[in-house]
Design a protein around this ligand. Structure first.
Ligand SMILES: [Zn+2]
Length: 405
């Protein structure tokens, strides 16, 4: 049975009475049809309406020929064919859809007028919307830069601020509809709905569409473009509209305010303050590098003296360095030290073992580290042995010393 589509004639109808024409249980949901509905079904890139039928939550709405199918989420459902029901829309969701959808209309119309760009794809995501603009119809223009997009953004907002009327006209035939200043070829031959923003003589946008739109452009509020990307030979425009554009402004403003407060700066001065901090950090890093080099050169001199002065096969030397810095220092002895040198990082309670290969460092770690809850590994010329406790590390070194004596 055909459903009367109330959303077609009244885009602001939020509550209405209806009669149930069918109820079906499908898995763990119920599908319901009504004699008339203002629930807009999913389609044309616009998500479906939600709301209530009596107290049942409508979670999905789809069009099936002339019928509109409502899916309700409920364990039990007392609706029957012939039941009189009261329906209400989740208006915040619908208005959000209308603002975004109409914002996309105007922006696409402006891209068409300014650059001859044709909208070849539209996506309404959770965090942003995209349109894919193709310049195929205008060989004189080969690119849409970010600056071009910002110019289109301004023109779009000017249309919004002019509060141009948004009109919806129905045409029975393609011939009649094609008299309108359409920006895109028609996909249907009959029963065509054309949406125009502004006067027909000078429409900001005019295109076939079955979605829901506000009656005036001003209700879109704002359109903001985020970026332009090359996409399969087209230009993908990322943008947001309506209340969501305001929320985006707020969240970005909050992030910037928090960051600039941290740097005791105004938002305007924040980039230069950040640059100054980065320069300071780079200078501090360079200074630290020099200091570490002096320190490790100094420690190497001591290690060299120790290696020369002892007859022991194993030399243990403690450093107040991180394991990574200890490893960098150990590189100087890898493959050249005729003894087993065990450099100890006090900071990380771990050893770097190095030798000329006459003692297999990796094999020693593999064999003995686990006795003291140690981990690590390496090759014949170098290895690392990582411990969580100083006592374990010391016992490991003792054991290696005894083993190689
Ligand atoms: Zn539309």
């Amino acid at each position: 049975m055909e459903t009367t589509k109330l959303y077609k004639n009244d885009r602001y109808l939020k509550e209405w009475d209806a009669v149930v024409t069918s109820v079906e249980k499908k898995d763990d949901v119920f599908t319901v049809t009504l004699d008339q509905t203002a629930f807009f079904p999913e389609g044309g890139g616009q998500s479906c309406d939600q709301g209530l039928i009596n107290n049942y939550k409508v979670v999905d709405v789809q069009e099936d020929g002339e019928m509109v199918i409502h899916t309700i989420e409920a364990d039990e459902c007392d609706l029957k064919e012939g039941s009189a029901v009261h329906c209400s829309l989740d208006w915040a969701r619908r208005f959000d859809n209308m603002q975004r959808h109409c914002g996309e209309h105007i922006l696409s119309g402006i891209f068409f007028h300014m650059f001859g760009g044709v909208n070849r794809g539209f996506h309404m995501g959770q965090d942003y919307m995209t349109v894919d603009i193709s310049l195929e119809a205008n060989p004189e223009i080969t690119e849409i830069t970010y600056e071009d997009a910002l110019a289109a953004e301004l023109e779009t907002n000017k249309v919004i601020w002019s509060d141009a009327p948004v009109t919806v006209l129905h045409f029975d035939s393609r011939e009649e509809a094609e008299k309108m200043p359409l920006r895109k070829a028609l996909a249907f031959d009959e029963d065509i709905t054309i949406v125009s923003v502004g006067s027909i003589e000078n429409a900001a946008d005019c295109v076939a569409c079955c979605g829901t739109h506000p009656t005036t452009a001003g209700q879109v509020g704002l359109v903001k473009i985020f970026k332009v990307e090359n996409y399969k030979g087209m230009f993908r425009i990322y943008f947001e509209a309506g209340e969501r554009a305001l929320h985006d402004y707020r969240s970005k403003h909050n992030v910037l305010t928090e960051l600039s407060n941290k740097y005791s700066s105004s938002i305007e001065d924040f980039p230069s303050k950040l640059k100054a901090q980065e320069d300071k950090l780079a200078a501090a890093k360079a200074e630290l590098f020099q200091i570490k080099k002096i320190l490790t050169d100094n420690e190497c001199e001591k290690v060299d003296a120790l290696l020369e002065s002892t007859e022991e096969k194993v030399v243990v030397y403690s450093l107040q360095l991180s394991l990574d810095d200890t490893f960098n220092m150990a590189k100087r002895y890898m493959g050249s030290c005729s003894k087993l040198l065990m450099l100890y990082s006090e900071k990380d309670t771990s050893y770097i073992l190095v030798s000329d290969g006459s003692v297999n460092c990796g094999a020693l770690v593999k064999e003995y580290a686990s006795f003291y809850q140690g981990k690590g590994g390496g090759n014949d010329k170098s290895a690392r042995a990582i411990f969580t406790k100083k006592e374990d590390a010391e016992m490991f070194a003792d054991l290696i010393g005894k083993h190689l004596r």
